[in-house]
Design a binder for this molecule. Structure first.
Ligand SMILES: NC(=O)c1ccc[n+]([C@@H]2O[C@H](COP(=O)([O-])OP(=O)(O)OC[C@H]3O[C@@H](n4cnc5c(N)ncnc54)[C@H](O)[C@@H]3O)[C@@H](O)[C@H]2O)c1
Length: 374
């Protein structure tokens, strides 16, 4: 199956195309050749993805007439840090002959690679062009659109970074067949998020196709990815720097981030924490009459059908600190997206729409967290 869909991320002179298909790694070369006038590309990838996909991507780049080098770093969020960034950028600058401003970076991997390689591209020689070839569902539907690049700091995740838009994104849903199932499920949480805040019919699709999606059927995943990229692209195009509407993408993340932080990063998966955060936000929304009890139940059922948690008890290994309401409220008040200690919640307003609320009371939050314990 060739390209299923091409979605344009509309950002004036920084607009770019996201191509989505099945078995389309061969399209990386032509996409790269258009934006690499000097004919040189450096693939940055991680130690898991390199043996799986660096070779077909290199072949495609070489066929398109590019000289190709590959740099990798150890897989895992713990390596999305300044030390690894320093190591990768120094190896990039040490290549012979030296790279120049016309060298293209190709970020090949999940969100960790996209963020780190993107930040390398944003900063090496004051900025190189880059393209993204995402290989996890999370990177496909979330990290590859929007131009946020970053590494983690001891003070918190993603605190050192830059906005730097890629010149193109090529998504091959077939590469998700090698992804561990838990990583696939992680990405599905963000798809439910997009559906709840923007597209009720996407929720119908996910509901109907849950078994096919969970078994990584490439064509179904490609359709899912295309719809999610279109949603994220529209939101980002309307608000590139997160001054307003882009904050809707934080649905489920206010409490989700707190659960991740309280449980210890790496011990709770992001998608699982966000799923619990979405359940809690829907509880608050239902309590305010913004969605019906049926709609609240429907979101929980879709999450369960995707093997995502809807109660703390669904995660037996969750540390007790991650469920402690007082601790969670304290973390939320210090979140980098809280304004002056006011916790802002994105709540669904009917399914398929959302709005930002900064008047959610401590009692509403507490009741929603308690509902997760029930
Ligand atoms: N920039 C953004 O807008 C944005 C948005 C969301 C998330 N993120 C970032 O993304 C990161 C998480 O990304 P992630 O969930 O993709 O994790 P990840 O990049 O760590 O990938 C998960 C694991 O899967 C492996 N892997 C990747 N592709 C594979 C494949 N096709 N087959 C087999 N194994 C494969 C990786 O090596 C890794 O071990 C976080 O650091 C987060 O902050 C960024």
């Amino acid at each position: 199956m060739p390209i299923v869909e091409t979605i344009v991320v509309e950002l004036a002179d920084r607009s770019y195309e996201v191509q989505v298909g099945v078995g389309v790694l061969a399209e990386v070369g032509p996409a790269a050749a258009e934006v690499a006038p000097a004919g040189r590309a450096v693939i940055i990838t991680d130690s898991n993805v390199r043996p799986l996909y660096a070779e077909p991507v290199s072949r495609s780049l070489v066929s398109a007439g590019l000289r190709v080098e590959v740099l990798d770093f150890p897989a895992g969020e713990e390596h999305k840090d300044l030390a690894t960034y320093g190591d990768v950028i120094n190896r990039l600058l040490g290549l012979s002959p030296p790279i120049d401003r016309a060298t293209l970076i190709v970020a090949l991997g999940g969100g960790v690679v996209g963020d780190l390689a993107g930040f390398v591209a944003a900063t090496a020689l004051r900025g190189l062009e880059f393209i993204i070839v995402p290989t996890t569902l999370l990177a496909d539907v979330d990290a590859s659109v929007g131009g946020k690049t970053a590494v983690d700091a001891p003070a918190g995740k993603n605190l050192i970074g830059a906005f730097h838009q890629p010149r193109a994104v090529v998504i091959d849903a077939a590469v998700l067949k090698t992804l561990p199932p838990a990583e696939l499920i992680n990405g599905l949480a963000e798809c439910v998020k997009h559906a709840v805040i923007r597209d009720r019919s996407l929720l119908d699709f996910i509901e109907r196709q849950a078994p096919a999606l969970l078994s990584a059927e490439a064509e179904m995943l490609a359709k899912l990815i295309a719809r999610n990229v279109a949603i994220k692209a529209a939101v980002v195009a309307g608000d590139e720097r997160e001054a307003g509407e882009r904050a809707h993408l934080n649905f489920g993340h206010t409490l989700g981030h707190a659960i991740e932080a309280a449980g210890g990063y790496g011990r709770v998966r992001h998608g699982q924490a966000v799923a619990l955060g979405m359940v809690a936000a829907c509880r608050i929304a239902a309590g305010r009459g913004l969605i019906t009890a049926d709609e609240e139940r429907r979101v929980r059922e879709v999450l369960s059908a995707l093997s995502l948690p809807v109660r703390f008890a669904d995660l037996p290994d969750l540390p007790a600190e991650a469920c402690e309401p007082g601790r969670l409220r304290e973390i939320m008040a210090h979140d980098k997206k809280a304004r002056g200690g006011v916790v802002r919640f994105v709540l669904p307003v009917g399914l398929g729409r959302a709005a930002i609320f900064d008047d959610v009371t401590g009692q509403e939050v507490l009741s929603a967290i308690e509902a997760l314990s029930g």
